[in-house]
Design a protein around this ligand. Structure first.
Ligand code: AHR
Length: 613
């Protein structure tokens, strides 16, 4: 039973309460929100990104072509280029099933090229059924220069290929094909259907760029030519300026990231959808399964200065150093940055907090109006969490980020989580949460939980479901809010539920009380899918348990095999009158001993026998 007290005054709910968390996971950026159609456009893919990559991944060669890394390169940050022989051609396969084009729409092709003698590039768009647009010819002569051509698609296809054939010897780099029809029509812009789905949520804020890809690798240096490092964390200065001067990087989630979608584009998107930009910068303490804090004071100071520079990039006048960079990129006006977060899920609370305080002090000294959000560690409970919260509370930090991923049952049982939070302590930013699944029952459990967030809107100030996006063919983490491939996108049940809350944010809570115990137990039948992720550097043991606590699969990664492919079996008994026997098999696992990268680790539990009610 529910009792409502319409006359009593509940907590005020801020317009910014519900937002989105964008991290480049599951190919959310390249092959996703970033509208570029060419994969590996600058020939920078490397085994450092993913052991299956070569600099020619996604390219097919007809004739002679090789990727070269020498002094003839385009610039110091774009290391590789393609040396294409006379009479040869290369063809790009795009993402998923190919390059997607739509009949009647226009596409901008561009390439950086050089050729000693006058050479003609013939650029074609085709699929197995023939041409998709009239071919274009581009005359190339002399040193590196950018050449352009425009296509109008004569047919719709999701299986397209972009081919560049050269009459003479030529060097190519940054081969690009962009739909003209991007979200809000920006150059170097965003894929419209995905941006629209996010915009339709009317997010109060956009938290970006991570997640684990912010802090892991933060002790690696920038991508200067002399100390070019991959696997460094997402650091904002790597991601601004002309795209051909942005060095690509190994993404924490096991692929290459072009940084075409960088900090300028994140700010622009936040502005376009009327959301508060909320960047996360690394605190120089790793999280996400690793325990390391920097002792390099100069490096720490450099990151603190980078954070001050970021504020100047977002808000500074065009006469300032970084404000000028923003203006040159097309946005002389301020992006109105008010809030930023330092760190993400650090495992070492004391080490994190000592460094966080240095960021906080430096930011307060120069930009006293900027709000700085702190962290509570990787788990929503336990000694790390308690220590982090105590440090934050004692230092009167403005706001603390909490993350949790758990069962629907947990979300139902924890509806009252914030009822007892200290009203005078730091506010809560629920930066990442989701129940384990994209089924209706998950959305329902999350909805029930969100009523608890709203009831406590005086304490919980910001909340974002995570992760936001997943390309169905490149999944590292599931469940996700919005799914897509190269031609379609669809919201999950969780998306529909988030939209319901996010587009109907109230002004004030009307207090109510409910009696009765909600429960999600019930018959289980058919196949169930489970997913987790693993890295031997981070985890010694991997264990997957069913909602009733039964161990479905476990592995201690012992032994010295350089490659793992697991299969296992187990039985799963469910307590509520059902008995389900399962076969459990792990698939898609290629984890080397000592490999620091995360790998998708999918477990499929299949019901083979069922009895009971
Ligand atoms: O949302 C996926 C990951 O979950 C984030 O990168 C990290 O912060 C958390 O562990």
């Amino acid at each position: 039973a529910i009792k409502v007290s319409p006359k009593a005054k509940g907590a005020k709910i801020d317009d910014t309460m519900y937002g989105v968390f964008f991290e480049d996971i599951n190919r959310a950026a390249d092959g996703g929100l970033y509208a570029e159609l060419v994969q590996n456009r600058s020939f920078e893919y490397s085994t450092a990104d993913n052991r299956t990559y070569t600099p020619l991944t996604s390219w097919a060669v007809d004739g002679t072509a090789q990727v070269v890394n020498d002094d003839g390169r385009l610039n110091a940050r774009n290391r590789n280029y393609l040396s294409l022989g006379a009479g040869s051609a290369v063809t790009n396969a795009g993402y998923n099933t190919g390059v997607r084009v739509e009949k009647g729409k226009t596409y901008d092709f561009s390439v950086w090229a050089r050729a000693e003698s006058r050479t003609t590039l013939t650029v074609t768009l085709k699929d197995a059924g023939g041409t998709l647009a009239e071919a274009r010819k581009v005359a190339v002569k002399g040193g590196w220069a950018k050449y352009k051509a425009r296509f109008t698609a004569t047919r719709t296809s999701s299986n397209g290929r972009l081919a560049v054939a050269s009459s003479g010897a030529a060097a190519l780099d940054e081969v690009s094909l962009f739909p003209r029809d991007t979200y809000k029509g920006h150059k170097n812009g965003l894929r419209k259907d995905l941006a629209q789905k996010i915009a339709a949520l009317k997010p109060g804020f956009v938290r970006f760029p991570g997640g684990c890809l912010v802090n892991t690798g933060s002790m690696q240096d920038y991508s200067e030519s002399s100390n070019w490092e991959r696997k460094r964390s997402f650091q904002w200065k790597d991601t601004v300026g002309p795209v051909e001067q942005r060095a690509t990087n190994a993404n924490f989630w096991g692929y290459n990231q072009s940084y075409g979608l960088g900090y300028y584009e994140y700010f622009q998107f936040s502005e376009d959808i009327g959301a508060m930009p909320l960047p996360v910068v690394p605190a120089l303490v790793t999280g996400c399964g690793q325990d390391k804090a920097t002792d390099d004071d100069a490096l720490l100071k450099r990151h603190i200065q980078d954070t001050l520079d970021l504020i100047e990039f977002a808000n500074g006048p065009v006469t300032s150093k970084w404000g000028k960079v923003r203006a040159k990129m097309g946005h002389p006006k301020s992006f109105h940055l008010t809030t930023l977060e330092v760190g993400n899920e650090e495992n070492l609370p004391n080490e994190f907090f000592a460094r966080f305080q240095q960021f906080r002090t430096a930011i307060a000294a120069k930009y006293p109006k900027i709000k700085v959000i702190s962290n509570s560690g990787p788990d929503d409970a336990g000694s790390t969490f308690d220590t982090a919260w105590k440090l934050n509370r004692d230092a009167k930090v403005d706001m603390v980020d909490e993350h949790y991923y758990n069962s629907p049952q947990w979300f139902l049982q924890n509806n009252d989580r914030y009822d007892s939070y200290d009203r005078n302590g730091p506010k809560v930013f629920l930066g990442e949460y989701a129940s384990w699944g994209n089924a209706f029952k998950n959305a329902l459990a999350e909805a029930a939980f969100m009523t608890g967030l709203e009831r406590n809107a005086d304490v919980v100030k910001l909340a974002s479901y995570a992760p936001l996006l997943a390309n169905e063919d490149y999944v590292q983490w599931s469940p996700d809010m919005i799914w897509f491939n190269n031609h379609a996108s669809w919201g999950s049940a969780n998306y529909a539920m988030q939209k319901l809350f996010m587009t109907n944010v109230g002004d004030r809570v009307v207090p109510s009380t409910a009696t009765g115990t909600p429960s999600l137990t019930g018959p289980i039948s058919g196949a169930v899918g489970l997913s987790t992720w693993a890295t031997t550097a981070a985890y010694d043991d991997v264990k997957v348990t069913a909602e009733d606590g039964t161990t479905l699969f476990s592995d201690d990664f012992s032994g010295d095999a350089s490659q793992w492919k697991h299969t296992g079996g187990g039985s799963w008994s469910v307590q509520d009158g059902q008995y389900v026997q399962t076969d459990v098999a792990a698939e898609n696992t290629m984890v080397s001993a000592g490999d620091p990268a995360w790998h998708d680790y999918t477990l499929k539990a299949k019901a083979t026998k069922k009895s009971g009610k």
